[in-house]
Design a protein around this ligand. Sequence first.
Ligand code: FNR
Length: 182
Amino acid sequence: MTKIAVLVGSLRRDSINRKFAAALEKLAAGRMEFVYADLSGLPHYNDELWDSPPEPVTQLKALIESADAVLVLTPEYNRTYPGVLKDAIDWGSRPWGQNSWVGKPLAITGTSPGAIGTAVGQHHLRTAMVAAGTAVMGQPELYYAYKPEHFGDDGSVTDEGTRSFLESWLNSFAGWVAQTGK
Ligand code: FNR
């Protein structure tokens, strides 16, 4: 089973990105195990805190390092990605010489109610993840304009076209992990 560290860039309980992650998790069941990072207690990046690293930071780094690959789901905030993800990227990349991201296969997606479904935010995030040293899947891209009617109460994808598109995207991600992972 491929272990996927999942970072959701929204902290709110009813997050559509969290629901989207759960739908992908359901579709990937049996071949990928999703382990969700808890970003709620992550402090803003501060170099001085390495003297006594906060628990949420050490847990995040351990999760990334133990995973076969990473999946990041981002909302779009003011045409970029949320600050909590930037802090996660920065903490993961330090201390100097101990970058947890290096070489990690990674895919980015995200959803918003807006028509362009986080496209701009995802592109900013892609730039930072490349800079951090991850092996980011370039294609296929997955921008999803969220439609609640496409999902059942149990998180399953009820819309046939959406389901087959998400399945094929997951197949590409699995192929990317096999190709670039250790
Ligand atoms: C938004 N939203 C938003 N949506 C979008 O498509 N493009 C954008 O630039 C923004 N900007 C933005 C800024 C801020 C501060 C907030 C709080 C929201 C709307 C956003 O897509 C919507 O709130 C989603 O529901 C957020 O995702 P989660 O939290 O449901 O996962």
